[in-house]
Write a protein that binds this ligand. Structure first.
Ligand SMILES: [Zn+2]
Length: 499
């Protein structure tokens, strides 16, 4: 969508950065500072003592020699420490890049990997040595990465690659109807008209660089200079094995010295552990197995990059799009129960759980009246679980949700409490499962951000941030100017090591 889109022009550049100045590693930095002050105090003693006696000179000479030996040992230790790829989490310094004078790549490269529904904390479900290699030697958002609202797959994946909140990139739900032309968006809609903003693969090719996508929502859409050429862009096909996806991505690094063939930006997508999460909720052994498999795949990527001698030079970013929470029948709200107060025809309902979206159809009552009557019913104490759903006119939603400023968003939106579901009619019993899409303030909706590579400080934890910051971060690593977006301009500077 061109920059002339009124939606893009009108979006507020108010990306909130929750990021505090990254703290680096107290032990090591404090230790080196105290060493310096010790040396200084020794030096001043030396100066004041000069000329007093020859025995003092001998003592001073010994002190100086000891100091030099200590310095040499310290530098040798530091060199060994930072050249090791398996060093512990306490091994960061702010200018680590100074230790990396040799690069095997002709230009910066970012490999952005998404593990769908990887809730923050899943990395501790079982042994995840490969994911922890990224964490311990890289930078992690703790506690977790904050998704955008609604915490659904398509809105979030597209926010990650555009830096825009859903009203501004246009993908306001996984499924919705355009109220103007009546067309329906679904997860297989590839017409450019739906996909506003400028995704990173388009930004990259606009700068004369190459991008490669092995699945990502929106990547098949031909927009601007991005033509989704077959050698660089895979059409979504869930039957392609995860291993095959990894091996294809690795093949781009077969000739890393050839800058014309090596993409600057690559995406890789895994459906897991979201699939299992929906079936069984976040606490089942199936999730543990899926997480172990994602870890195995990360290991395959690391091994493949190491075999090609480029692992230390590639910026590997592993993220998820949202978390997952358990849902059960006892946490169900049924819209037909509201009928003594108001009838909600099926034709008004665009989505139910966890984002209840209602667009009254002509001849329609006033949306404010619908909201009033629904809330009156829900607050009456006579609706099962009614207290766990609250209806809003979209303009009255909490501002922090950034979910109003698009004609595509229906005028009435219901916000559910964590783990609750809403249905049109009472259904018969079901097994418990899992869902996401809820308010992004819930920790259960949080996902992960792990960054590893030359610009990521080793072992650094940065406070949780919203995923709209990632676009600017990648643009900074690649050294290109990103399109206008909702991320904050200072984020990359704070989260990354200097160039
Ligand atoms: Zn998802």
């Amino acid at each position: 969508m061109p920059a002339t889109s009124p939606e893009i022009q009108s979006f507020p550049m108010t990306g909130t950065s929750l990021l505090a100045k990254p703290s680096s590693f107290p032990e090591e930095e404090e230790e080196s500072k105290s060493t310096v002050s010790l040396l200084k105090s020794k030096s001043s003693s030396v100066l004041s003592a000069t000329g007093r006696s020859s025995s003092t000179v001998v003592v001073l000479s010994i002190l100086l020699l000891t100091t030099c030996a200590s310095l040499i040992a310290a530098f040798a230790f530091a060199f060994l420490f930072f050249s090791s790829s398996t060093s512990s989490s306490s091994s960061a310094v702010k200018n680590r890049s100074a230790f990396r004078s040799v690069t095997t790549l002709p230009h910066p490269v970012v490999l952005l990997i998404s593990s769908d529904g990887f809730r923050f904390g899943y990395q501790y479900k079982t042994d995840t040595p490969n994911i922890h290699r990224l964490i311990n030697n890289g930078t992690e958002a703790a506690p977790g990465l904050i998704p955008v609202f609604p915490t659904l797959t398509f809105p979030n994946h597209y926010s990650i690659v555009t830096g825009l909140y859903p009203p501004y990139h246009g993908i306001i739900n996984n499924y919705f109807v355009d109220p103007v032309d009546g067309d329906t968006f679904s997860m297989s809609s590839h017409e450019p008209k739906w996909w506003l903003g400028e995704p990173m693969w388009e930004t990259v090719v606009n700068h004369g660089l190459q991008a490669a996508t092995f699945f990502w929502p929106g990547s098949e859409v031909k927009k601007g200079a991005w033509d989704c050429a077959p050698e660089y862009c895979q059409m979504y096909n869930e039957s392609v094995s995860f291993d095959q996806r990894v091996d294809t991505i690795l093949s781009y690094f077969d000739h890393p010295e050839d800058s014309s063939k090596l993409p600057s930006f690559l995406t890789l997508y895994f459906e897991d552990p979201d699939e299992e999460g929906h079936k069984v909720g976040p606490d089942d052994v199936m999730i543990t197995e899926a997480v172990a498999n994602i870890d195995r795949l990360i290991g395959r990527i690391i091994d493949g990059l190491e075999e090609r001698n480029v692992f230390q030079d590639v910026h590997v970013i592993l993220v998820g799009d949202h978390g997952m929470v358990g849902t059960c029948d006892k946490k169900l709200i049924t819209l037909s129960d509201l009928s003594p107060w108001i009838e909600i025809p099926n034709s008004w309902i665009q989505s139910t759980t966890p984002v209840l979206s209602i667009r009254p159809i002509t001849p329609s009552p006033d949306p404010a009246d619908v909201v009033f009557k629904m809330n009156k019913a829900l607050e009456s104490g006579k609706i099962d679980n009614g207290a766990h759903l609250k209806m809003y006119l979209k303009e009255d939603l909490p501002k922090r949700l950034h979910y109003a400023d698009s004609y595509r968003i229906p005028p009435i939106v219901g916000i559910l409490d964590e783990g609750y579901t809403v249905e049109k009619l009472k259904s018969t019993g079901r097994e418990c499962g899992g869902a996401h899409g809820y308010d992004n303030r819930f920790f259960s909706m949080r996902t992960v951000f792990f960054g590893h590579g030359p610009r990521f400080q080793r072992g650094l934890k940065i406070p949780s941030f919203e995923n709209v910051e990632i676009y600017n971060l990648i643009a900074d690593i690649l050294g290109i100017q990103g399109a206008p977006n909702n991320g904050s301009s200072q984020f990359a500077e704070r989260a990354l090591l200097p160039k």
